[in-house]
Ligand binder design. Sequence first.
Ligand SMILES: *Cc1c(COP(=O)(O)O)cnc(C)c1O
Length: 361
Amino acid sequence: MSDQRVYNFSAGPSMLPLSALERAGSEITNYRGCGMSVMEMSHRSKVFLQIFQETQDKLRRLMQVPDGYQILFLQTGASGQFSMVPLNLIGRTGKADYAVTGNFAGLAFQEAKKYGQANLAASSQDAGFSYIPAQDQLKLDSQASYFYYCANNTIYGTEWPYLPQTGEVPLVCDMSSNILSAPVDVSKYGVIFAGAQKNMAPAGLTVVIIREDLAGHHLPFTPLMMEYQTMIDKQSMYNTPPCWCIYMLGLTLDWVEANGGLEGMERRKRLRAGMLYDALDGSRLFRCHAEKGSRSGMNVTFRTGSEELDAKFVSQAAQAGFVNLKGHRKVGGMRASIYNAMPVEGVEKLCDFIRAFDKAN
Ligand SMILES: *Cc1c(COP(=O)(O)O)cnc(C)c1O
């Protein structure tokens, strides 16, 4: 089975560690002797509660989530957080700062305007979202309820190279596409959230890490299911949580732990991205979308300048076993998503393919 797998450069849902998939496969009809699948058991059962607790503990350990922070396992995707964040947080002062560095941050910004005064603290739209604004370009309001940014712009292929300094204003960060790819100091954040389908688990789970004191201040009309406090009080089980995805997250975290934790993930990230950008920079044909200094270690966006040649590259790559390299329609060209589960060897081989294509065309 495993030797027929392709190198899958999909932006999400995306590759999961093979060991996690194989483990899930081996347990799929009978989870560790209990006679049923994780998909078939009550979320209140002892067996599942143990899976839930262990998964949360593993995440807390790996990310070194400090006391005073809650880890929530929710649904409605990262996009659900575009509403949940302002509904719960903007009421403190009525306003919030947003850095719009790509598609998803833009959507979050538009959504927040419904619930308060959302200010544009920075934007890189003037250059096709090809860069991350510098600290001294951020227009910060010390009265903002929070400062919102997206740590890695999945579509445009940029990643914040620094932690924004906002004084007392809490940071809210969409880490959907780079969570678990390097250590982060959670204590510097108010809220971290991520849709699981990039670096953690199948689609359907949204992980939220929230400083406890930020919950409980939601706007009065906030739907019950969208109050952080509800989910904190009910330990993410106000209703049925995404059980299977939580189980899969646990298996992914086992793999992360066995591969050097977040330091190990960061080493591999640098190795993969370094090789790929070197191959592209060293070519005659290819240009990267993101500016140096803002380049993502997770989503590498590039193009030849000719749509025909881009299409030829994507189709020949697929024939050679490198699939899902077509860029997002907003950027065009190509995008190689090289998340945690992408083996270094997959990128090495893609680089060989890029060099051969460059020579032949
Ligand atoms: C994929 C992605 C989203 C959207 O996630 P959904 O779970 O589909 O809502 C939001 N932000 C970022 C950075 C993403 O990569």
